[in-house]
Ligand binder design. Sequence first.
Ligand SMILES: [Fe+2]
Length: 248
Amino acid sequence: MNSLVRFALLLAAITAIDTAQAQRALPANDTTLTHIAFGSCAKENKSQPIWDAVNAAQPELFVFLGDNVYLDTRDPQVMQEKYQRLANQRGFQQLKASTPLIAIWDDHDFGENDAGADYPIKHASREAFLNFWHEPKDSPRWSREGIYTAYSFGPVGQRVQIILPDLRWNRSPLIIDPRWDSEASYETWAKAQIDSGKEVPGPYTRNPDPTATQLGEAQWQWLEARLREPADLRIIGSSLQVLADFPG
Ligand SMILES: [Fe+2]
């Protein structure tokens, strides 16, 4: 075969690595886990040397807590390109080859900054997410209102339960604090407030709508049922700050 054809085949082979690269199966249900690693907020367009430390620690499971890529788009093609960039990260490839992975999203891999239920292409985003993270085709995550999920590993006495709620799919619209001039970026505005000795509210304020929701009713019921299941160690992964140091 001539070198041009060979080059084209090589290129095709490299392209085929893409997001379809095999992923390690999850630990068996009765496996006792002692080393679980987690992380979030990985910009796919930057180098990610952090994976060297993660891989050296040899976790038995890695939990991606959200903002695993920064899609920030309403174009499914751009989503694919950005997932491909994560797939191309050498350290991520090593992690994927050695460690079972589970994942939930936050705003940026749901679709865009601070996005919620009204993000217009969340179904396409769900498709991209679940494909990338190799969700089994018979999983309810493909069809229900939100990609929330939970796992349980280990025998009675050593059972670890990991609950990953979806804090984006059903979330009611945010209400911007009127004191924030939304023409300026929140960071710029907040810094100016601090510099002039003023209080820094927002960027958002309480939504007064009594029907406003974060999880949606079905997910609340699902969460209640998960919390009733027996576990010795319960880990709830929140893509949002739990003890936020700023309001809104
Ligand atoms: Fe986020």
